[in-house]
Write a protein that binds this ligand. Structure first.
Ligand SMILES: Cc1cc2nc3c(=O)[nH]c(=O)nc-3n(C[C@H](O)[C@H](O)[C@H](O)COP(=O)(O)O)c2cc1C
Length: 333
């Protein structure tokens, strides 16, 4: 019988549990982007309470990004020093931590919002170089790896989606070509920082007419694995509309297929709220790893209670205020 608190291997990491605290912006910065004490407390609580793996909040590439006002920056004065303290907190509890890179817009130098079809070759190389620099910065700050978010409606999700990308060169057309921008990034990161874990976050499908199908998403996953990706986490623009926690998780069929097709860890997440139904999913599917976000916003150390009691349900009511108000503060508790 599988249990969320099994000790498991995740690539080269040994995890204390199957639970991943997924990317969740903190918005707890002070003047100049410096971290407020609340962030250190939050990481201490999460890392000390049986969380298997932590994925940081999103870091954007530059300050003009749509998500910049409520996420963290790689480019403020204290980045390496402060995030080294955060990663030390995680490592003191033997919890690996990945820095998450996610961006919505891309400024290629000529166009602040250059979309997939607008980007010149120089633009593509500039973008790739910036992501590799981000990997190096994460590595300097002690992160065990990074997650490149290519899910939801983020820039790279749009770039690899034929709904947005009609390029006629090697970076458009078939799936392999549309994914090339990311495959090249992953290959180069793995070459430059060999032990650095590179995770990707992708959509299992896209709800737009003529958008990405689940079959194509499987292909994307296989291409990125081939390039060297070490793990895959699922996300989707629509998860909160598709699933209220009572029905079968809408990604289960897809995730079982995906797990059958790749040899790297796959993380399922979204609306997981109680230990019993999570263990049911573990024992009735091939799922090995699960991610949660809002339950950690409602109570950062809830997993310690679940572990002690052998059962538990998050106090999170999924009101989504923490998300829609663009804070990471629970409005109810
Ligand atoms: C306050 C808040 C902040 C979030 N920030 C991020 C983020 O920085 N990066 C990311 O990939 N997803 C982010 N998400 C989405 C979550 O990672 C997750 O996919 C989503 O909340 C569904 O999972 P849940 O039901 O366990 O909350 C955020 C969600 C919330 C509620």
């Amino acid at each position: 019988m599988k249990d969320i608190f099994d000790e498991v291997e995740f690539g080269d990491f040994k995890l204390k549990s199957r639970i991943v605290r997924t990317g969740t912006w903190e918005t707890e910065t002070e003047e100049g982007g410096f971290l407020s004490p609340a962030i250190y407390d939050r990481y201490e609580k999460i890392a000390s309470s049986w969380t298997g793996l932590i994925i940081s909040e999103m870091f954007v590439l530059d300050h003009k990004d749509r998500f910049a006002p409520y996420s963290s920056s790689l480019n403020y004065l204290g980045f390496v020093k402060e995030y080294k303290m955060i990663t030390d907190i995680c490592h003191n509890h033997d919890v690996p931590v990945l820095g998450q890179l996610a961006f919505f817009y891309y400024d290629d130098g000529d166009n602040q919002k250059a979309e997939a079809n607008d980007l010149t070759m120089e633009g593509i190389r500039k973008l790739q170089a910036e992501v590799i620099m981000a990997a190096k910065k994460f590595s300097f700050a002690g992160f065990d790896g990074m997650q490149i978010d290519m899910g939801n409606n983020l820039y790279l999700a749009r770039f690899i989606n034929s709904y947005f990308n009609q390029r006629k060169d090697d970076y458009g057309g078939n799936t392999e070509n549309r994914v090339r921008i990311a495959s090249e990034i992953i290959k180069l990161i793995k070459k430059t920082i060999p032990d650095f874990h590179v995770s990707i976050r992708i959509n299992p499908w896209d709800v737009r007419k003529d958008g990405m199908t689940s079959e194509e998403s499987l292909k994307v996953a296989r291409e990125l694995e081939k390039a060297g990706a070490d793990s895959i986490q699922l996300t989707a623009r629509t998860i909160s509309y598709l699933y209220d926690g009572n029905e079968k998780h809408p990604f289960l069929v897809y995730v079982d297929k995906l797990i059958g097709e790749v040899d790297i860890p796959v993380i399922l997440g979204g609306s997981l709220r109680d230990m019993k139904s999570m263990n049911d999913v573990l024992n009735h599917s091939n799922v090995e790893f699960m991610s949660m976000s809002k339950p950690f916003v409602a109570q950062a150390d809830f997993l310690a209670d679940w572990k002690k009691k052998g059962e538990g349900e998050s106090i999170c009511q999924s009101c989504n205020n923490c998300y829609s108000k663009k804070t990471s503060t629970c409005f109810k508790y």
